[in-house]
Design a binder for this molecule. Structure first.
Ligand code: PGA
Length: 249
């Protein structure tokens, strides 16, 4: 059966000492046995090397470029982040899509690079408020998956997890209702089943992200098709993150 995954997305937060402090706090406070839940911390890449040595939690890179090396000033490759201790990749976060203009095509190349390097990844999707108001949210999200992810074959897609993150819920304090989350997660699972097979669909974890916190995590995680969370703001405090982890167990 599919894994439960709890991912922390620290985004562009924390100075070095603060990141070290937070990972040490996670070590003390986040009470999990690793076979119950997979915890992944997407730290700023600068700190991956140091914090991956301080914890047993998996450390991931929030961003990377799809080429392996070369004249790409300012970029980091998958082999580079892996050589520093990253074992997971985040692809297609709406902040990368919206602020940094990452296109479906670029994301497809990133997905291919992750697969080529055999690195597990979380692929993010999610609609803007106008799209939801126009009741085109399911079509929109399924199109995002077709555009950048569903070209993979059955073996390759199993390397990935999917995070549904409605843009209107990210960092806004406005969470999707359990009905909204479950409706979308079920639709994503149905498309996986249609494109691949019911068995593949049942093996892929689908996480919810967007203002998930200690108060709403229990009901979100109770949805049958919600297999975990991608947590931004609420992952910056170990106590809150631990409460969310407990909600997932
Ligand atoms: P949030 O961010 O929990 O702060 O809404 C989630 C994310 O962007 O991954």
């Amino acid at each position: 059966m599919r894994k439960k995954i709890l991912a922390a997305n620290w985004k562009m937060n924390l100075l070095r000492d603060e990141a070290i402090q937070l990972i040490n706090d996670f070590n003390k406070e986040v009470e999990l046995s690793s076979n119950e839940i997979e915890v992944v911390v997407f730290s700023p890449s600068l700190y991956i090397s140091e914090i991956s040595q301080l914890t047993d939690f998996k450390i991931g890179a929030q961003n990377f470029y799809f080429e392996k090396n070369g004249a790409f000033t300012g970029e980091l490759s998958i082999p580079q982040v892996k050589s520093c201790g990253a074992s997971q990749l985040l692809i297609g976060h709406s902040e990368r899509r919206q602020i940094f203009g990452e296109s479906d095509d670029l994301l497809k190349r990133k997905v291919d690079a992750a697969v080529e390097s055999n690195t597990p990844f979380i692929f993010c999707c999610g609609e803007a408020l106008e799209t939801r108001d126009a009741e085109r949210h399911i079509e929109f999200v399924v199109n995002q998956l077709h555009a950048s992810l569903f070209h993979l074959d059955e073996k390759q897609i199993l390397l990935g997890a999917i995070a549904y993150e409605p843009i209107w819920a990210i960092g806004t304090g406005r969470t999707a209702s359990t009905e909204q989350a479950e409706e979308m997660h079920a639709a994503i699972r149905e498309s996986l089943s249609y494109v691949y097979s019911p068995s593949i669909a049942n093996q892929i974890s689908i996480l919810y992200g967007g203002s998930c916190n200690a108060k709403n995590a229990t009901e979100l995680f109770a949805c049958p098709n919600v297999d975990g969370g991608l947590i931004g703001g609420a992952s910056l405090q170990s106590e809150t993150f631990n409460q969310i982890a407990k909600a997932l167990i």
